[in-house]
Design a binder for this molecule. Structure first.
Ligand code: PNS
Length: 165
């Protein structure tokens, strides 16, 4: 069985993430979407909130599971017997960082390959940070995030603003 891990911060999940999940689910027998720590980022949404959002949007794909892991991606891949890590690539801005990650992970675990899916053109400008900024400043994020997670994101941002954050 061909299992791929799709790792990320997913803070929050966007239509770009959903697009990669959907396309990966058509290529691999099984896809595990795994929320992991990015030590360079401080997430706005808790692990539990992100897990629930991803579960609700992944429900319609029968071969997609959602999980979280605090540790190295390659350790998680081995734990799950997965030989493939799948990631989305938006453009040159992503490339250098993703290349470095792929090379480091391959050095740590030569049996695990990273494969990239080019982000669909219509989502090439999209990121979790942009979604948070637009929502925080009162913009409409309806077309940027999956319908299953739209209200969760808006409510969280509204609560933060109420609390003066
Ligand atoms: O969505 P992101 O923030 O670009 O995802 C990055 C992520 C979480 C996939 C990356 O930071 C990661 O793999 N974290 C787990 C720890 C790890 O294995 N780091 C790479 C070796 S230093």
């Amino acid at each position: 069985m061909n299992t791929a891990i799709y790792p990320g911060s997913f803070d929050p999940p966007t239509n770009g993430h959903r697009d990669i999940i959907e396309r990966a689910s058509r290529i691999f027998d099984k896809v595990i979407v795994c929320i992991m720590e990015n030590t360079k980022k401080k997430p706005l949404f808790s692990m539990e909130e992100r897990l629930k959002m991803l579960q609700s949007l992944a429900r319609k794909y029968s071969n997609v599971e959602v999980d979280y892991y605090r540790g190295l991606l390659v350790d998680y891949a081995r734990l799950k017997n997965a030989a493939i890590v799948v990631k989305g690539l938006r453009g040159m801005g992503d490339f250098e960082y993703e290349l470095q990650m792929a090379l480091v992970n391959h050095q740590l675990a030569p049996d695990v390959e990273t494969m990239f899916l080019m982000t669909s053109y219509r989502y090439s400008y999209l990121s979790s940070s942009i979604v948070k900024e637009i929502a925080y400043l009162g913009g409409d994020i309806k077309d940027l995030v999956p319908p299953e997670v739209h209200s969760v994101i808006c409510e969280k941002i509204a609560r933060l603003k109420e609390d003066g954050n």
